[in-house]
Design a protein around this ligand. Structure first.
Ligand SMILES: [Zn+2]
Length: 331
């Protein structure tokens, strides 16, 4: 392996098979441009699964095409443009065109896929993983504020439930601040850092309005989290305390291997525990692991990023049932 060995970092070899899950063209470079080059330098193989073509990207498109109205044909054109940019970026990183597997889901529609098509989206991701047979998967972090990224994380985690030899997951964060100090940094060489910047240049459509932000993102150390928390680290408490005034618009989604369901806040199976935190109280057959919960506002907004987003909870623990009170009872 090129570069220094870092504690906890996987040793790459000719047997390493890295699968990159990229919600949009440019994530492969911004989040894994160094990792990909490291695996290839060790003689390993890299596959990329692209979830969406990144066609729902109206402001750069308006700026570059000098038109206001973006209809279906314009979106298709933008998708073709971004596909070509992705191919060029992958070639720069050393990844052959045959390594790319495109799912072609709607941009900004990954959460809907996860929540609506029960089981279908998970099966599609499982097939993509099985097709490549990775021992490492680079996946967006659950904490990422872009809803396509966090939903991609949930899909991969569910797709690996019951896997006979689950690949190691390396979770990357593109949108939002990393708060976990256990992240591993890719020990890259200066040539690999330069290669990543060159690959980023291929994404001209994205550099049009955001060149400084993207170059800054590509310059920083590439870090990954291990999302496979030991079960004892997953809390039973939900991390949110949404203001009372927003409750009429709040939606709670719960996804685990046994269920996919959305509730309005007041109908959600929530109880307040003695310590003041909110707990999810699922019927026993629905207490499957891993269990992911998303809090969102059911209002249309031009702001695409999540305020609360997803978290993983331990909803399997029957012990807490004894210490909870109904949500709407004053505590
Ligand atoms: Zn993205």
């Amino acid at each position: 392996m090129a570069g220094a060995r870092v504690d906890g970092w996987p040793a790459f070899s000719a047997r390493t098979r890295l699968l990159v899950i990229a919600p949009h063209p440019d994530d492969e470079t911004l989040a894994t441009g160094l990792l990909v080059q490291q695996v290839l330098a060790a003689g390993g193989e890299v596959g990329v699964v692209l979830l969406t073509p990144g066609d729902n990207n109206p402001w750069p498109q308006r700026a570059l095409e000098r038109r206001w109205r973006i209809g279906a044909e314009e979106r298709r054109r933008w998708a073709r443009r971004r596909a070509a940019e992705l191919q060029q970026a992958l070639a720069t990183l050393g990844v052959p065109p045959t390594a790319l597997h495109v799912l072609d889901w709607p941009d900004l529609g990954v959460t809907r896929r996860l929540l609506q098509a029960t089981g279908v989206a998970v099966d599609t991701v499982r097939d993509a993983i099985d097709r490549f047979g990775p021992d490492l998967i680079a996946v967006p972090a659950l904490q990422d504020r872009h809803p396509d990224h966090s939903a991609a994380h949930v899909l991969v985690r569910l797709a690996l439930v019951g896997h006979p030899a689950p690949p190691r997951l390396l979770a990357y964060l593109v949108h939002g601040k990393a708060t976990d100090h256990r992240a591993l940094s890719v020990p890259a060489t200066p040539a690999q850092r330069a290669g990543k910047q060159t690959a980023l240049q291929a994404h001209r459509s994205q550099l049009a309005l955001s060149a400084r932000r993207l170059r800054r993102l590509a310059e920083r150390d590439e870090t990954f989290l291990d999302p496979d928390e030991p079960p004892s680290m997953v809390s039973a408490a939900l991390p949110w305390h949404p203001p009372r005034g927003l409750r009429p618009w709040l939606r709670l989604d719960v996804v685990n291997p046994a269920m996919t369901q959305r509730w309005a806040w007041r109908q959600a199976p929530l109880r307040r525990a003695a310590d003041g935190t909110l707990r999810l109280l699922l019927p026993v057959p629905a207490r499957a692991t891993p269990c992911f919960v998303r809090l969102s506002l059911g209002l249309h907004s031009p702001w695409i990023f999540d305020h609360w987003g997803w978290c993983q909870v331990d909803a399997s623990e029957p012990a807490f049932v004894a210490d909870v009170a109904p949500l709407d009872r004053p505590s």
